[in-house]
Ligand binder design. Sequence first.
Ligand SMILES: [Ca+2]
Ligand SMILES: [Ca+2]
Length: 400
Amino acid sequence: MRLRWIFPPVIAPFVLAFELGGAVPPALAQNSAPVVSNVVAQQTPGTGFVTITYDVSDAEGDSLASSLVCSSNNGATFDLYPITVTGDVHRRMAPGTGKQITWNAAIDYPGQYWTQVVAKVVVSDGPVAAGEMVLVPSGNFTMGSTANADEQPVHTVYLDAFYIDTYEVTNAQFKTFVDAGGYTTQAFWSPAGWAWRTSNSITEPTEWSSGGDHSGPGWPGFPVVGVSWYEAEAYANFVGKRLPTEAEWEKAARGTDARTYPWGEGLDQTRANYLGSGDPYESLSTPVGFYDGRLHPSPAFQTTNSPGPYGTYDQAGNALEWVKDWYDGNLYYSVSPSSNPTGPVSGSIAVLRGGDYGLVNLTADQDLRCAKRYVAIGNYANYKRTDRYPHIGFRCVRTP
Ligand SMILES: [Ca+2]
Ligand SMILES: [Ca+2]
């Protein structure tokens, strides 16, 4: 039974049961799975914040990854995916006691109320935690299209298996990098990135402090934007990941059947965030994972669940996404390796993927197709790795 959850105050009893986290069996025979204990979840009265504390141990002391998933029906199914979370979640960490996750449930599920919520903390000593990333298996896929010259020739590409972030990197996630001194820790930065950062006195994304364009810690569940390619690279290093190649990004978005959009064919406003799509945040980003089939209240907006073939969200629209490769115009696809291409070895133009919330039209060279390669939009000149715009964010990958 679904009741309304009203903020603030919470006027009905909020019963929050919880269970211990299940661990993902490790691949190594001698390894022991981490053990989660003492999970306590509590909603702060009168607010939409839920605090989850837990302990986790690991026999080998491995670096661990955690995620949070919840059930609205006392554990029958786990159907709630907390996105607006901070603390000891969605990142690598050491085993220990007193781990804490803060979930701003009022942002993820505004106006909703359940009496039988079960919170589950899932911790893995594998490469990723459940929900954090999805696996794209090894194998061939069809890359490119005939729509634009630089997407040709359509060709078959083999990729090794990789994990890719389910969502665009959020402000909440990026805050862990800012708070950990990521901007002043040279180890996370490439030489070129560090030189750019220091010479320009870069200490945070462009609108991080002002909160403009859904930037900064005040907008935790929204994609981080206003970051250069170098900042994206440094964040990826911080979390033990890397930026996807163009080929990895495109395969994760469209799978092996050469589909046009992550969900298949046909675009409408219930599936992705673009200009004029009618979402409650029009002309700006939506929270990541917004197009998950939910009815978003206030103002009401019904989405169609629109993951990609492997379970990613927002690869079409929302934030435009940095990828690893340099761009080399019309030439690269005709000479690129058929196995694990990584782009031209050098260049001056960056390439981005997926389109964004502010595209001025959805025809010809501005669209949300999986194969579309963005090197410039409208008045924006060719993108450089040092560019920082409010429509540009990223997601990361990790090699198993
Ligand atoms: Ca929109
Ligand atoms: Ca996107």
